[in-house]
Design a binder for this molecule. Structure first.
Ligand SMILES: [Fe+2]
Length: 594
């Protein structure tokens, strides 16, 4: 049986294909369209999934869409009516797009793919999130927690999974939303909503959470996990371009300008910002306020997530937890769930945000609706497109690019480790690209974490990104506990998918300065030989040479671009940046130095 899951028209569009309950392929549309966070109909991702299975759309038994368009339309309509006339502008915009496209999704899919209407099913947004985690987790039963901005009406839910069944027990409804609260601060701190949330998380450790009382004026947290926002401080329910209002700004002071450099006394002033401004001390103080605000919202979100997780434990009594939704990408909060709640196991699949809804919809259709037994666990994230040696060689030859082909993997690894140890930065493209927003060793930029200056080198020459964002460490799974204080319940998954921020052991912090954040933590990725043998060998060999089985891993893209997919995109990124050595499968391309 062939089931395609689709998510689109909201955040990240994606498609995922199941054959008899086994995942064949899953990918976000942005990797093909090259439009970051592309939310349009995922034509390319669907075509890729069908191609991977060697089938046509007509062969599909079902297509399951990740949410119910009419329910969402109802929410927009009712919310607009409640806040009329302030909402007139957003109401008009919403009507235009909804009546133009979104509400007629069944019809649109019929037209685009030529599928008969009865083959098109609809899940619900938070049910898709819940299914996307539990139904490919290793657990037969688990508590489920979904937290995001908003779906149709729900913004968070507690549920339970058992066998092939997924049931939501409780939900919190729009406009009360942890995701939208975090996004309001993302905007206030000068970052793009749905993109800059990681930056808030990265900025937080530079601050002290001394604005918690003010944040708690915006949100009331209850011991049973529920919460309410005070809507007097927000505009997202009646505005399409403003998430917070004047009353919010009066509480926290002027918003941070998106163009301003961020630095504090603690971060120092990186050389690539140019000359120190004459009002450096004043700017340091200003930025410290923003860092303190970031620290405060982060702490309150963590408290809210912990409340929800503890409630999910009380309601289900399960020792396992499955999480999904955009807020489940907050790996600092996830680390605390692992360390501070009674759950022994935590599973979060790598595309925990809305892209993952495509996978959840397909799994929900196959198992919960059709009652088919489970036989699939998502053990790794490598479900995207791959490119053969012949395709890579053809690309290199036809573009007149000088390359070497390694005779075997041993030679390839030896050359790469030699470069890394010499302080070079690698662009590493191997096998199938990753499902979800993190690069996990198949589309990664890799460097030596032992060199403190590597953080600045990679930022300056390659990523051109904010200096306060930490780089992640990839570590051999067997050696992870030597370097990181993994929670007692950390089986393997949140760290395998780089979804867990955890303290770096005090005696090891100086060994890996480039991947240790200012607060002594790391967003660790554990690497197992079984699921990525080539990346494992690279780290293992680097460890044999240097004594440190850890590499710095950041996604293979330039600022503002989606992660690379093809050899051509990898080469283009290499050519436009300071990456020293490009590795495309078995092929090596070096920078020509003049
Ligand atoms: Fe969502």
């Amino acid at each position: 049986m062939l089931i395609l899951g689709v998510s689109c028209y909201f955040h990240d569009a994606a498609a995922a294909l199941l054959r008899d309950g086994q995942l064949v392929a899953a990918a976000e549309e942005e990797r093909f369209s090259r439009k970051k966070h592309d939310f349009g109909f995922p034509e390319n991702a669907i075509a890729f999934c069908l191609r991977s299975a060697g089938i046509q759309a007509a062969d599909l038994d079902y297509l399951v869409f990740f949410e119910k368009p009419f329910l969402k339309f109802e929410r927009l309509l009712l919310t607009s009516m409640q806040t009329f006339p302030r909402s007139l502008k957003v109401f008009r915009e919403a009507m235009l797009t909804w009546l133009g496209d979104k509400i007629w999704i069944r019809h649109l899919i019929q037209n685009k793919l030529g599928l008969p209407g009865e083959k098109i099913l609809f899940s619900e947004h938070h049910l898709s999130h819940a299914a996307s985690s539990f139904l490919c987790s290793p657990y037969d039963e688990a508590a489920i927690l979904t937290i995001d901005g908003v779906g149709e009406w729900a913004t968070a839910s507690i549920g339970v999974g058992k066998g092939t069944g997924v049931r939501l027990l409780k939900e919190i409804r729009f406009p009360h939303s942890l995701g939208l609260l975090y996004s309001a601060f993302t905007a206030f701190l000068g970052f793009e909503v749905n993109e800059g949330e990681y930056k808030v998380m990265g900025m937080a450790p530079f601050g002290v959470p001394n604005y918690v009382d003010q944040v708690k004026k915006l949100i009331r947290l209850h011991a049973d996990g529920s919460f309410e926002l005070d809507m007097d401080y927000f505009s997202f329910h009646h505005s399409s371009d403003q998430t917070y209002n004047q009353k919010f700004a009066a509480l926290f002071g002027p918003a941070r300008s998106p163009e301003a450099y961020f630095f504090t006394e603690r971060s120092g002033y990186p050389s690539y910002f140019g000359e120190k401004p004459s009002n450096y001390n004043h700017l340091c103080q200003e930025n410290q306020r923003y860092a303190d605000i970031a620290a405060s919202i982060q702490v309150v979100i963590e408290e809210a997530v912990l409340n929800l997780a503890r409630q999910a434990h009380r309601e289900t009594g399960s020792k396992n937890l499955c999480m999904a939704g955009g807020v489940a990408l907050n790996s600092v909060a996830n680390g605390r769930v692992l360390r501070e709640t009674p759950f022994e196991g935590l599973y979060i699949q790598p595309a925990a945000g809305d892209a993952g809804g495509a996978l959840g919809a397909a799994l929900f259709g196959y198992h919960t609706v059709l009652g088919q037994p489970r036989s699939f666990v998502m053990e790794h994230a490598y479900w995207g497109e791959e490119h053969s040696a012949a395709q890579t060689e053809e690309f290199l030859k036809s573009n007149g690019i000088a390359y070497e082909r390694c005779a075997n993997e041993e030679e390839l690894i030896a050359r790469c480790v030699e470069s890394l140890a010499a302080g070079q930065v690698l662009g590493w493209q191997q096998g199938r690209f990753e499902w979800g927003p993190r690069a996990l060793g198949n589309r990664s930029i890799i460097a030596d974490p032992r060199r403190a200056e590597m953080k600045e080198t990679v930022n300056l020459k390659i990523k051109f990104r904010e200096p306060f964002r930490p780089f992640a460490p990839s570590v051999l799974v067997e050696r992870a506990a030597e370097y990181f204080e993994l929670g007692a319940g950390d089986g393997k998954y949140p760290s395998r998918f780089m979804l867990n921020v955890t303290p770096v052991r005090a005696d090891k912090q100086a060994l890996v300065p480039a991947t240790t954040h200012v607060d002594g933590t790391g967003r660790v990725q554990t690497v197992a030989r079984e699921w990525n043998p080539r990346y494992y060998s690279l780290i293992e060999s680097f460890g044999q040479l240097t004594g440190v089985p850890v590499l710095l891993n950041t996604s293979f893209n330039l600022r503002g671009e989606p992660i690379v997919n093809t050899p051509a995109q990898a080469y283009s990124t290499f050519a436009r940046s300071g990456i020293d050595l490009l590795v495309l499968g078995d092929y090596l391309v070096r920078k020509e130095r003049s």
